[in-house]
Design a protein. Structure first.
Length: 217
């Protein structure tokens, strides 16, 4: 079984599109009918995010940590207990490509760090898009780490100790641990994820916060 984890804190506006894209990826022909279980981890939600998830019938876990590391780890724990062999992670403000899971698995590695792209820059000044185009490497061999586009086999995840309870950069910490234990990591632009360039960042130090810094600079 393949598992996909989506942490969410008050994401009712974007969660539906995220889950619709995941549902398509879960039915990709290259997966040969293997079961894909999607778990949304609600972290201290006070909006209608849970109703959005319930409407499409995905599994849910609730925590009250306001901590994305705790949320991702909770989703991973649910899926590992159910027998997942591969864990894929994205964010509630992101949309994965139809072949996202299939491509991660096709790379034949223990972990996949994917890149991200943005298709709507309307919430940001034009300078932010220009800076992103100049400094971001969306190509194989990049060294970006995004919780919105990350995959890891169950055994390597366990050996690395899983996500630490960090409010930010939990994804970077996990990848650093994977590298430290000698896991084979692919830095690939093949698994595609479109993410939000919204002006209001949800996590200090995350992608949205980086864009905010560029916008204010």
């Amino acid at each position: 079984m393949i598992g996909a984890v989506v942490p969410a804190h008050n994401e009712e506006a974007l969660l539906g599109c995220c889950l619709a894209a995941l549902a398509v990826a879960a039915r990709h022909a290259a997966l040969a009918g293997e079961t894909v279980r999607i778990v949304v981890v609600f972290d201290a939600c006070t909006d209608r995010s849970e109703a959005v998830a319930s409407a499409v019938g995905v599994e849910v876990v609730s925590v009250a940590a306001r901590n994305v590391g705790v949320a991702r780890a909770a989703g991973a724990a649910r899926l590992l207990a159910a027998g997942a062999r591969w864990l894929a992670f994205t964010d509630a403000d992101s949309r994965v490509s139809p072949d996202w899971l299939a491509v991660q698995l096709s790379l034949g590695v223990e972990a996949v760090c994917g890149s991200v792209c943005v298709d709507d820059w309307s919430a940001q000044p034009s300078a932010v898009r220009e800076i992103f185009a100049r400094v971001y490497r969306d190509a194989d061999g990049h060294r970006h780490v995004h919780g919105a586009n990350l995959g890891v086999c169950a055994s390597a995840y366990r050996r690395a100790g899983g996500f630490p309870p960090f409010a930010c950069s939990e994804d970077v910490a996990l990848v650093e641990r994977l590298i430290a234990i000698g896991a084979k990591v692919a830095w690939s632009a093949a698994p595609r994820v479109v993410t939000s360039a919204r002006a209001t960042a949800r996590v200090r130090g995350g992608f949205g916060d980086t864009l905010a810094v560029w916008a204010s600079g």
